[in-house]
Design a protein around this ligand. Structure first.
Ligand code: NAG
Ligand code: NAG
Ligand code: NAG
Ligand code: NAG
Ligand code: NAG
Ligand code: NAG
Ligand code: NAG
Ligand code: NAG
Ligand code: NAG
Length: 843
């Protein structure tokens, strides 16, 4: 019994444990930052997963069918700061659902069809600053139990079903509220009592967005005495007259920024006249913005109530007929964005400090302006052309610090920023600059910090192009070119440069001194060039360099030297998209890549371009073990090839010797047919026939000589004849040494074979006959022969009676040596003169 209960006691928790594990582990949340940020978006979760660490600060549970939030749903996540519950099909939030979230600052409930909100649904949440309840079927602000959220700064209840603009009493508690977004609701009327709470608790810094509510009535005086940070009324009025009366009824409002107009796709108002904005005269406005009105606005009179406004912004309006803005407007900042100007407006605004005129396309030509206070000028994205850039006379100011002429047409540089010495920021990117490289364009700009010349079709030929830019910190030169595609020494004076972009400049080479002065440079972008090597020398002076982007070049590999000489400060080196050749020759570089994955950006994206079998594969996948193997394979095969060739050469050279060796066995034991094989030069044939043959073959004892003119078998290869007939069938070899013999290669060859044969059969068989005195020098050419003659005895032919007598006697004796006894030879009496046998004489 005890046993069974124990078993059950062990099994039940184990099974419970397993059943708990399963639903958690199959769809894990994405760990964006460990222990901090988890994303569990769209995981079909029905409940809050409990495998999320309690230290989590950011939790995204959006798009899960949670259905409802019970109390203390998030009790274990006391560190949560941001909680996203967008579109979780939440219909009910129970009492204390967010209890214990003492640090939660952002709660997002967008897209939940809330039906029941318990009174204490949002209790706790002492740190909540932002509550987003967009699209939650909210019918009234009163329904939101948020009166206790004193730290709330932003309440977004856009896109709901709210009809009444009545701000509930609890707003008097929300003293920190800065933004209330009520856009896209159903508010039609605004009355004085709706704003009562704002009247009672004034000095607010509230921004109010009422856009996309179908407002048709505002009670006069409702806003009187109220101060708002911002009021936005876009696409609220369905006609010009409603708009006019509503604006008039805003009288008495003090607003820092007023935004009027419509949306691109929500336009109702037609036939705008000059009185449209008349009501604004009774408002106190600091900044004014007007956006997306369809009708063409005829003149500056429309804006006469805004003459004292400090900042005005006109966005996406039809100002094609607006010729000039030269009233006594006190504007300090003017933005004209995406307005359909037919030509550049005539501007005489004496207090203007900031002028932004962008995205006003229409083939404009820049016209001189008179803006004596102007400090900030943005003329980007207009397709403007400018024939005489740039000097203070064109802009009517000497105070300019910021000039943006980017994304325009052709800008011709004719003067070098005379009178614009205050400039700090200059941007010409994506405009076509002409005459840039003719003179030191920027010479007076000693205060300039930022210069963008990217993609300006600039070809740098003149080395003084950047002279004067002593303070420059950022230089962007991407998409330009340099003469001969070599980066010259043009940054001489820029000792404070920290950012240099030279990407996409077709560079093939960098001059050694190019970066000599740039000891403060932190980022250098050399990507998208045609650099074949990273010659480190020019980069050595860059003592502060942190980021070096060398991607998209043609680097095959780095040399060993280069690997060591990078500036120590370097933290990011981007070598992706080069043409690495992953072969053993670059082994040390490829190993270095593996070792430097900290330094290298996306090392796993560095791919091989060669060899073909590695193409497209990561450099990291290169294995240098194969190199070791290759090395041994290569050395072994080299040795084998060498040996084979030596053998081949030897076989070729000693082919006959080998045949001899083979033949030796065959004939070695057989009886000899001839007494001697005679080796001689054909030039000495007369002597051989007339003397040698006559004396030896016809004399007694009778000797049988082997003579190739006579005894070689016709049709058999000479070499075979020599071996078979000459050597194997002869007991001795007679070598007739003469001048001709030594000069004849053939004889020497026969003789060499004879030597080998003699050696093989070890029958001391060679008899030398020196036919005529041979000069020593000639003899020495045949070293072996010379030595042999020196070492051995030889017979010297002397053409006189006594000499001949001695010669033949000695020769016969030598030939008789080893001759088998033959009865025929013994029977025949020898000629008395030839019978005497002398010992061979030693030379
Ligand atoms: C996450 O938290 C667990 C438990 O508190 C701790 O053991 C672990 O080291 C933490 N991980 C990181 C990356 O901080
Ligand atoms: C708004 O006010 C007008 C005029 O006072 C009134 O006729 C209308 O019924 C009101 N509409 C709503 C929704 O309160
Ligand atoms: C008022 O609110 C705006 C944001 O709407 C904020 O930038 C500004 O600092 C606030 N001013 C004060 C005085 O709190
Ligand atoms: C300004 O308000 C006054 C009364 O408060 C009114 O008489 C005047 O017509 C209003 N001006 C404009 C331009 O609406
Ligand atoms: C602008 O200010 C001037 C003087 O400060 C004043 O006379 C004028 O009425 C003001 N204009 C508007 C539209 O408020
Ligand atoms: C360079 O920067 C340093 C410190 O940031 C500054 O003191 C120095 O004046 C600058 N040099 C030039 C020529 O602007
Ligand atoms: C370098 O320039 C290229 C494009 O020209 C860009 O994609 C890259 O992000 C830049 N690198 C750095 C480090 O800014
Ligand atoms: C190279 O790496 C740097 C540093 O991470 C990055 O900023 C840059 O965008 C990369 N370059 C390209 C062309 O992607
Ligand atoms: C690869 O070669 C490097 C030297 O070039 C050596 O240090 C390293 O151990 C080698 N790795 C392997 C896996 O052989």
């Amino acid at each position: 019994m005890m046993f069974f209960s124990r078993l059950a006691g062990a099994l039940i928790p184990a099974m419970a444990f397993l059943s708990c594990l399963r639903p958690e582990s199959w769809e894990p949340c994405v760990e964006v930052v460990p222990n901090i940020t988890y994303q569990c978006m769209e995981l079909n979760l029905y409940k809050i997963p409990d495998n999320i660490p309690s230290s989590t600060k950011n939790l995204d549970l959006s798009f899960n069918p949670l259905g409802h939030l019970g109390s203390h749903s998030f009790y274990s996540f006391s560190e949560l700061q941001v909680l996203d519950l967008s579109r979780c099909e939440i219909q009910a939030i129970e009492e204390n659902a967010f209890q214990n979230l003492n640090h939660l600052s952002t709660l997002i409930l967008t897209g939940n069809p809330l039906r029941s909100l318990a009174l204490g649904a949002f209790s706790g949440l002492p740190s909540l600053q932002k509550l987003v309840a967009v699209e939650t079927n909210l019918a009234s602000l009163e329904d939101l139990p948020i009166g206790h959220l004193e730290s709330l700064k932003e309440l977004n209840v856009a896109h709901n079903l709210i009809h009444s603009f009545k701000l509930p009493e609890y707003f008097s508690n929300l003293l920190n509220l800065e933004r209330l977004d009520l856009s896209n609701n159903h508010i039609q009327n605004i009355s004085h009592k709706d704003l009562q709470v704002l009247h009672r608790v004034p000095s607010r810094n509230l921004s109010l967005d009422l856009s996309l509510n179908p407002i048709d009535f505002i009670q006069p005086g409702s806003f009187k005495g109220i101060r708002l940070r911002e009021l936005t009324l876009r696409s609220n009025f369905d006609s010009l007259s409603v708009m006019k009366t509503c604006i008039q009824n805003l009288a008495g409002l003090e607003v820092h920024r007023l935004v009027l107009g419509e949306f691109k796709n929500e336009r109702y108002i037609k036939d705008i006249d000059q009185s449209a904005l008349e009501g604004l005269c009774n408002l106190t406005i600091e900044e004014f913005r007007l956006a997306y009105l369809d009708d063409s606005l005829q003149g500056a009179e429309l804006l006469h109530c805004l003459e004292n406004v400090s900042a005005i912004s006109l966005v996406s309006l039809d100002l094609s007929h607006l010729k000039s803005l030269c009233n006594n407007f006190k504007w300090k900042s003017l933005e004209l964005i995406d307005c359909k100007f037919e030509q550049f407006p005539i501007l005489e605004l004496f207090s203007l400090k900031r002028f932004i005129f962008t995205a006003n396309r229409g083939g404009n030509t820049f016209i001189k302006v008179k803006l004596p206070d102007l400090e900030y000028l943005d003329l980007s994205k207009n397709g403007l052309s400018y024939t005489g850039c740039c000097s203070h006379t064109d802009l009517g100011t000497t105070r300019l610090t910021h000039l943006d002429m980017s994304f325009n047409g052709i800008i011709t540089m004719t003067s070098n920023f005379l009178g614009l010495e205050q400039l700090k920021h200059l941007d010409f990117q994506h405009s076509s600059l002409k005459q840039m490289s003719d003179f030191s364009v920027f010479l007076p700009l000693r205060n300039l910090l930022y210069l963008d010349l990217s993609y300006t079709h600039t070809q740098v030929a003149f080395h003084g192009i950047f002279d004067g830019l002593v303070s420059l910190q950022v230089l962007k030169m991407a998409g330009n070119s340099f003469q001969d595609n070599i980066l010259p020494d043009v940054f001489k004076e820029m000792t404070n440069l920290t950012f240099l972009d030279l990407s996409d400049c077709q560079l093939e080479q960098v001059s050694q001194k190019a970066f000599n002065t740039l000891s403060r440079l932190q980022l250098l972008n050399m990507s998208h060039n045609n650099l074949v090597s990273l010659d480190v020398l020019p980069y050595k002076p860059l003592q502060s360099l942190q980021v070096l982007d060398f991607s998209f070049n043609r680097i095959v590999a780095l040399r060993k030297q280069e690997l060591q000489d990078f500036p120590r400060s370097l933290a990011f080196l981007n070598l992706t998209q080069n043409e690495f050749v992953c072969v053993c020759e670059h082994q040390s570089f490829l190993q270095w890549v593996k070792d430097q994955r900290q330094l290298l950006v996306k090392a796993e994206n560095m791919v091989c371009a060669m060899p073909l079998d590695m193409k497209g594969m990561s450099v990291l996948s290169f294995r240098n073990t194969t190199c070791q193997m290759n090395k041994t394979v290569i050395s072994v095969s080299v040795v084998i090839v060498l040996m084979v060739s030596v053998v081949v050469v030897l076989v070729y050279k000693f082919y006959f010797h080998l045949m001899l060796l083979a033949g030796c066995k065959k004939y070695g034991t057989g009886e000899s047919t001839y007494d001697a094989f005679v080796i001689y030069s054909s030039q000495d044939e007369d002597w051989v026939r007339n003397e040698l043959v006559k004396n030896l073959e016809e004399g007694v004892p009778h000797f049988q000589l082997c003579l190739h003119y006579r005894d070689f078998i016709p049709g058999v290869a000479i070499a075979a004849n020599i071996i078979q007939e000459g050597f194997h069938k002869s007991r001795k070899v007679i070598v007739v040494v003469s001048k001709h013999f030594i000069q004849s290669r053939w004889c020497i060859f026969e003789y060499e074979i004879a030597q080998t044969w003699q050696f093989l059969s070890s029958r001391a068989g060679i008899i030398f006959i020196v036919l005529q005195k041979v000069e020593k020098s000639l003899l020495r050419q045949q070293v072996d022969l010379y030595c042999l003659l020196n070492r051995n005895t030889y017979l010297e032919w002397e053409d006189n009676a006594l000499g001949r007598h001695i010669f033949w006697r000695r020769l016969r004796k030598a030939l008789l040596d080893g001759k088998p006894w033959s009865p025929e030879a013994a029977a025949e009496p020898q000629a008395p003169s030839r019978k005497q046998q002398l010992l061979p004489e030693k030379k």
